[in-house]
Ligand binder design. Structure first.
Ligand SMILES: Nc1nc2c(ncn2[C@@H]2O[C@H](COP(=O)(O)OP(=O)(O)O)[C@@H](O)[C@H]2O)c(=O)[nH]1
Ligand SMILES: [Mg+2]
Length: 208
């Protein structure tokens, strides 16, 4: 699926970065983007205090009003990923459908101190059949849970990858993105391998 011929035009994919307010979406996009991330951060004003919960993220001083945008090139794979950070606050839900148009997959960032904040994002992608991985962001002082406990708490389907990351560390974020791409590729492959509903097309399953 991914060509290694650098002469050919790169494969370009749109990916979303979702999760609750203050979970590290802007940080993640900024850590890997090779272009100056296009963000629309605003200082948290007294107007948004009370609207945006700051419990557990008292150090946060800015908020993404619209979205983050970044680009990352994987030269060897001749692949370019475009990252779109979704606004975390509930009052921006109306933008999600528009943003997710044409998206190949998503990273749902989770903070173990406020796991419930990513439930809405998980449900959104499940309902729309958009492939996603959950990446637990390693905040200082946050309790470390094992995978089984996290999967149970998030009610994650067994096939959904669960990753750990530090959103400030580009290499860590790249690993999450690669996990997502591998998940997408394997889902496409297994869907293509499913026996066709029409018996006359049965031979198509052997094409892989
Ligand atoms: N310790 C730690 N802090 C982080 C990490 N990711 C983000 N932060 C901090 O958490 C705060 C919120 O991050 P931000 O990217 O603005 O969250 P967003 O609302 O999801 O875009 C910022 O002060 C970040 O510096 C992380 O992996 N570890
Ligand atoms: Mg942000």
């Amino acid at each position: 699926m991914v060509s290694s011929d650098s002469e050919t035009f790169p494969l370009q994919f749109k990916l979303l970065v979702a999760g609750g307010f203050g979970v590290g979406k802007t940080t993640l996009v900024g850590a890997v983007s090779e272009i100056e991330p296009l963000t629309t951060e605003e200082t948290i004003t007294t107007a948004s205090i009370g609207t945006d919960s700051l419990d557990g993220i008292e150090g946060k001083e800015t908020t993404t009003v619209a979205m983050d945008f970044g680009r990352i090139t994987f030269t060897e794979q001749n692949m370019v990923l475009y990252l779109f950070g979704t606004p975390g606050q509930n009052r921006f839900w109306f933008m999600w459908d528009e943003l997710s148009r044409g998206a190949l997959g998503a990273v749902v960032l989770a903070d173990t101190r406020r796991l419930q904040d990513c439930f809405a994002a998980i449900e959104f992608f499940e309902l729309r059949g958009i492939n996603f991985v959950v990446a637990v962001n390693a905040f200082d002082g946050a309790h470390r849970y094992d995978d089984a406990a996290l999967r149970a708490a998030l009610d994650l389907k067994p096939h959904v990858p669960l990753a750990r990351c530090d959103a400030r560390d580009g290499r860590s974020v790249k690993r999450v993105l690669i996990t997502l791409i591998e998940h997408i590729v394997s889902n496409f492959a297994s869907r293509a391998a499913q026996p066709a509903a029409n018996p006359t097309q049965h031979g198509a399953t052997h094409a892989l």
